[in-house]
Design a protein around this ligand. Structure first.
Ligand code: 3HC
Length: 285
């Protein structure tokens, strides 16, 4: 099927960069959020990002202008849904809110539209029924920062059709991403499970006083070739997000090892959420 118009729901960190990726790749893109303020903040941020790419010589000014012109915004979900070929939902990680969104999409999106969720904690089977069109629903999981990271996990649920998987995979490829297929829903999919294992070990090493967080990060970078150490990465993702992912995974698996680590709980309770709050494992100016 031909996908030309993409609706991205949620103008937060992930949604705004997913939307910009779509616009840069030539899709008519609509970014929807219930908050006008969030849409304005996203626009300002993306304009600054585009200007910085142009000044670095990595993006031509006409291409930046064309992408920003292809990127519209709206607070009206029903109207936004009515013209979409593909919806990528990147709203807040709450089942009740996502169910409402998918019910609205089911009612207002064109019959052919594919409905994907960027959620890393809620498998698409949880929202598929609300949409009334389960074969057209899957997860399309991007990584932070979404304008940079190549991987997109395409996660099918038991009812997802082959056509849906093919269409979403083709979009990810046109975005310049590397799609990977997750054939069966599993908490954390692939990447967050691996990240969780590394983070758990790093947290245990630090908690036991085996090494400092700086030296653990240095080891990950200089011995394993990771672009960031686990503590730097957790600060970038947000310690509240790391905590939420662990809680959601524990709720699914019941496995004690998946519970949020005490070091994370301590930081979150102290309001130290990482880069976004000015301090996490490291201070940020
Ligand atoms: N937004 C947009 N672009 C960004 C960015 C951001 N927040 N941060 C960095 N960039 C861009 C820079 O502008 C630069 O672009 P350029 O090369 O075209 O000039 C490029 O990324 C490289 O940035 P820097 O040179 O400043 O720094 P690094 O080389 O260290 O790269 C990084 C930064 C891309 C973030 C790199 O450190 C990295 O890959 N880190 C690992 C990120 C990661 O693991 N993400 C997954 C998190 S898990 C997740 O998202 C799942 C979810 O469910 C929680």
């Amino acid at each position: 099927m031909m996908i030309e118009r993409i609706l991205v729901i949620g103008a937060g960190t992930m949604g705004r960069q997913i939307a910009m990726s779509c616009a840069l790749s030539g899709y008519e893109t609509l970014l929807q959020d219930i908050s006008e303020q969030a849409l304005t903040a996203a626009r300002t941020d993306l304009e600054a990002w585009a200007a910085s790419r142009v000044s670095k010589g990595k993006l031509e000014q006409p291409d930046a202008d064309a992408a920003l012109n292809r990127l519209a915004q709206s607070t009206d979900l029903a109207a936004s849904a009515s013209t979409a070929d593909l919806v990528i939902e990147a709203a807040v990680e709450r089942l009740d809110i996502k169910e409402q969104i998918f019910a609205t999409l089911g009612e207002h999106a064109p019959a052919h539209a594919i409905l994907a969720t960027n959620s890393s904690t809620l498998p698409s089977s949880r929202v598929a029924a609300a949409s009334g069109r389960p074969p057209q629903v899957c997860n399309m999981h991007f990584f932070n920062p979404a304008l940079v990271m190549k991987c997109v996990e395409v996660v099918r649920n038991e009812q997802t059709s082959d056509e849906t998987v093919e269409a979403v995979t083709a979009v990810a490829t046109r975005l310049g991403k590397q799609p990977v297929l997750v054939n069966k829903e599993i908490p954390g999919f692939i990447a967050n499970r691996m990240m969780g294992a590394i983070n758990a070990e790093a947290l245990n090493l630090a908690h036991a006083g085996i090494a400092s967080i700086e030296d653990i990060d240095t080891t990950a970078k200089t011995a394993l070739g990771h672009p960031m150490g686990p503590f730097e990465l957790m600060d970038m993702v947000g310690l509240d997000v790391i905590d939420f992912i662990a809680q959601a995974t524990f709720a699914e698996t019941g496995n004690e090892a998946d519970k949020p680590h005490p070091l994370i709980t301590e930081k979150v309770q102290a309001g130290l959420l990482g880069r976004k709050s000015g301090e996490g494992f490291y201070p940020y100016s």
